[in-house]
Every structure is written in C-alpha cells, then in structure tokens.
Design a protein around this ligand. Structure first.
Ligand SMILES: [Zn+2]
Length: 235
C-alpha cells in the first residue's frame, strides 16, 4: 500500500461500475483481499449489460437478467456483501442529475469510506458508459452526497448526507496505489469465469488478465497487481 490511502482504517468499500464484469476485470484481486480482511464490499452495477453480445437473437432482457446472475455469482466468489442493480440502459449512460441521484442514494444508504470507479479522465479510447459512470460517481461523492440540500427528498426516506473519505479510480493513466494480488489472483480468475456470457471457457481471458496484472506489477516486489489513482476527500 502507498501511504496516501488509509486502507486499514476503512470499513466499507463501494464499487460503482458501468457493466457486469467491470469490477472483476479491474479489481477482483483487491476485492478478495479486502473481503478477507473483513471489510464490507458493495458493488453498484449501473447497467446490467443488456447490449453485451454480438448475437442479435438474444433478447436484451434475457441477456440482462442472465448477466445479473453472473455478477452475483462472481461477487459471491470474492466475498462481496451486496450487489445493487440500478438497471440503467447499457450504452446510453450520461453523467446527468438523474444518474447522480441514483448513485447518491446508494452512497447515503451504504455510507462507504471508499468509492472505487472508472477513471473518467483517462484520455482516448474510453467507453462512453465508463466515462459517464466515473464522472457521475465522482460528482455524487463531492459535493452532492455530503450536503443535505442536494436531493432533500432522501431525508424523508431516512437517508442522511454522507462524506466519503477516498475515491479510487481504476484503469488510471497515473496510478499511485499498487495492490499486490498475487495471493488472490486465483479468486479473481474464478470470479471472472462466472461471467460465462463474456469470457466463454475463460482460457484466453486468464492469459490476458495475467499478462495485464503482471505488467502492472513490474518493478514491484510481487508478481501480480491491480492499480488505482487515489483521491483523498476532506471529511
Ligand atoms: Zn464496462
């Protein structure tokens, strides 16, 4: 761990991700480590990936419900506590107030210490849903979820304002937190294999993911890693 993050102090981590499997590809090794340490993990899945197939004969609704099951199974492998499905439409995310409200509601419900999401600032070749999800999550953390005059109707539902301590962005250009996942890499692959609609038998996927995680660990005293750009918020 780098010094900036207070990894051990935090209790609740919330991943906010655009599609089923985004949390596992980017962070499953980290999630498994945190879960082993007794941290509470929540995954907020913004879309259910209803366009994630080249096969036009599969109805979107069937694909989405199948992928929700895959996500739940993958989350169970890693020790995730809760998966929340926002069921926005795949490929059509925009970082507007409607999406922000949905994420703020989850922040005020679960009160995470850390939010982990897509880095929306990464230049070029960024899926529009990833960009939108990253911006919406960031804007939800600061300033929206922390101040009571934003979405005051939440108060009527018993949801108090909440200040998140840190945001971690995955797939960042300039990460400052390199997490050793050598010991949880097998769990990462096992969770990814639950996304059978996307990875098939998983053989090619495993090779690709291992190469990527080895590349991230280059220069570190361990073999496999995941990486984040961390931002500390004032509490
Ligand atoms: Zn995605």
């Amino acid at each position: 761990m780098t010094e900036q993050t207070k990894w051990d102090e935090w209790d609740t981590y919330m991943w906010v991700i655009a599609h089923p499997d985004d949390a596992e590809f980017s962070s499953a090794g980290t999630i498994a480590r945190l879960a082993k340490d007794g941290k509470r993990i929540v995954i907020v899945q913004v879309t259910s990936g209803d366009k994630g197939t080249p096969d036009h004969t599969i109805p979107s609704t069937a694909l989405a419900s199948g992928r929700e099951v895959e996500e739940k199974d993958a989350a169970d492998v890693l020790g995730v506590d809760t998966v929340v499905y926002l069921r926005c439409t795949d490929g059509e995310l925009v970082p507007d107030l409607s999406l922000r409200e949905k994420i703020v509601r989850q922040i005020r419900t679960f009160k995470p210490d850390v939010i982990v999401t897509h880095d929306p600032f990464r230049p070029y070749a960024l899926h529009p849903d990833h960009r939108a999800c990253g911006f919406a999550a960031l804007d939800a953390v600061y300033p929206t979820a922390r101040d009571p005059h934003y979405f005051p109707e939440h108060l009527q539902d018993g949801l108090e304002p909440h200040k998140t301590a840190e945001i971690w962005f995955f797939n960042a250009e300039q990460p400052d937190l390199i997490v050793d996942i050598t010991g949880t890499f097998d769990a990462k692959i096992a969770s990814l294999k639950k996304h059978a609609s996307q990875v098939g038998d998983g053989i090619e996927m495993e090779k690709r993911v291992r190469e990527r995680n080895a590349e991230i660990a280059e220069g570190q005293p361990f073999e496999l890693a995941e990486a984040y750009k961390t931002v500390q918020m004032r509490r």
